[in-house]
Design a protein around this ligand. Structure first.
Ligand code: SF4
Ligand code: F3S
Length: 113
């Protein structure tokens, strides 16, 4: 079992989840995070921390595609170890439907200066 980040993270990226993860298994794309399914220890503490309610247990219906998605991008994007400011679009984009097709980018997060 693992927890996964789902589409409502896109264009929000609040990063509150990062602060609480005991095993640093969040990875950062340009406008969303993912969880590495093999590193997550299923502690569940990140799930209630997400203001966008984007984190789900993989035992919920329909999560298989999100496990694959989280695995794919956690192997391509850099690890994120500390929370940062949400994206400027976070408030407006929270809850917008269909963000995976309209706003997702597969680019990794920019390297920290
Ligand atoms: Fe990290 Fe626990 Fe969330 Fe898994 S469930 S991503 S280990 S905080
Ligand atoms: Fe995304 Fe929620 Fe974390 S919006 S960055 S999963 S706190």
């Amino acid at each position: 079992m693992t927890f996964v980040v789902t589409d409502n993270c896109i264009a929000c990226k609040y990063t509150d989840c990062v602060s609480v993860c005991p095993v640093d298994c969040f990875y950062e794309g340009e406008n969303m995070l993912v969880i590495h399914p093999d590193e997550c220890i299923d502690c569940g503490v990140c799930e209630p921390e997400c203001p966008a309610d984007a984190i789900r247990a993989d035992t919920e219906p329909g999560m298989d595609k999100w496990v694959d998605f989280n695995r794919k991008y956690s192997e391509r994007w850099p690890v994120i170890l500390e929370a940062k400011d949400p994206l400027p679009t976070a408030y407006d984009m929270d809850g917008v439907e269909g963000k995976l097709s309209t706003h997702f980018t597969d680019k990794p997060a920019a390297e920290a200066a």
